[in-house]
Design a protein around this ligand. Sequence first.
Ligand SMILES: [Zn+2]
Length: 491
Amino acid sequence: MRVKTESSAKKKTDILCGFVLEDSNKVLGLPKFDTKISSAISQSLKDMNGKLGKVTIIPIPSKKQAQRILLAGIGKKENLTQDTIRFVSGKIAQKVKELRLKEFSIIAPPTFIYDSISSVSQIIEGTKMSLYKFDKFKTEKVDKIPDLTIIISKSNKISRAIKVAESVAEGVIFTKSIANLPPNECTPTTLSNFAKNISKKNKMKCKIISQPELKKKGFGGITAVGKGSKNEPKLIVIEHNHGPKNQKPIVLVGKAVTFDTGGISLKPGQSMDEMKFDKCGGCTVLGIMKSVSELKLPINVIGIIPSVENMPGGEAYRPGDIIKLYNGKTAEILNTDAEGRLILADALAYGEKQYSPKAIIDFATLTGACIVALGNNVAAVVSNNKHLTKKITDSSKRTTEEIWELPLTQDYMDMIKSDVADIKNVGIGRAAGTITAAAFLKSAIKDTPWVHLDIAGVAWTQGAATKEKPYNPKGATGFGVRLVLDYLQKL
Ligand SMILES: [Zn+2]
């Protein structure tokens, strides 16, 4: 999808789309049309009444201007959120695709509704993300993606906002397209190759630590979990060094279990196919690193992705095993399906030791308990630092990728103490599963400000429990990419 701007809505276009507030008798920013067309618009306005997400098309007999006008309802003014235009733009894009048009124009809402940067970002993200379809394995591909013209007065600020929004949306799409790959087509090695490709394209450093070196350097969590699979584990490290040399970096860590059978503590068969999405945290880090480097953000950011396949096999690790993690602590394995915290503990400790970062943010489809607690539209946040949590919360509000903080006090740390090792990889029964998993991660690092995002509920659409959004079709959602890119841009 190519994006351009025009300052006038009077140019010829296949379809001119404008937003309508509820109970309003006009289309925001629409130029004057002759009497016949105007009365058709008035009638349609009455019929649709600006209801949120409602879309109506009016064919135009004249061929000099737009060939069609599309009215898109955005609901009541007092109910507008930072997602309304993104959501409704997605509805518009879907309609345009259904009509098989080659291009479409959207009139940006006036500044009393949104500031122009927010409008442009929401329109581009909403349309671009909604036009993505995972069709890699379909013999028949979908139609070409239409080009977009945004009607808004031009300026350098707007040009930059367009570039940023396009890169953000592409980061999300990149994350989704990898996360949606089936487990036979996406192993730790495949992920390493994706990391190498984006690094080469955008001049980032990329280091892949493979099996013999992982073992030699003491990555006990990653090697234990990876042992049961023929597809060897990898630790992927990407460096974007665009800030001052002595500036401490931000470290992003993402769990990438390319398929999680549960290991010897085998999962039940129902919906087991969805365990291909257990790599979503790592895919999120890849998407963020791609955009960060494309936009040449003037900061230092490190992406670390521990990647394994968790399989039962003759070599697999077992419940009862005691392993030694990268930071030297010993961990008793009580359930081989609680593997994410083991590989993350190694990656977090490595990130802290190697880079002395300013902050660490990790993304992981870590616990089913997170879905029990918060459902499928809000991610859980657990942190050791109020200031960092506040920054992430601010970004969450601006991007409407929703989060909710859970507490992590000493009592929870006590729940992962083991009788026979330093810690154990499950807490006490089903109590506070999301927090005890986070407690395990916290024990891997010293005092670096750290935020953990449990994205088990939000990383992919999970039936009716996931709120329907045009830009989140069935499959991976790319949750966290927009949120953390917002945080990084504000640094
Ligand atoms: Zn698991």
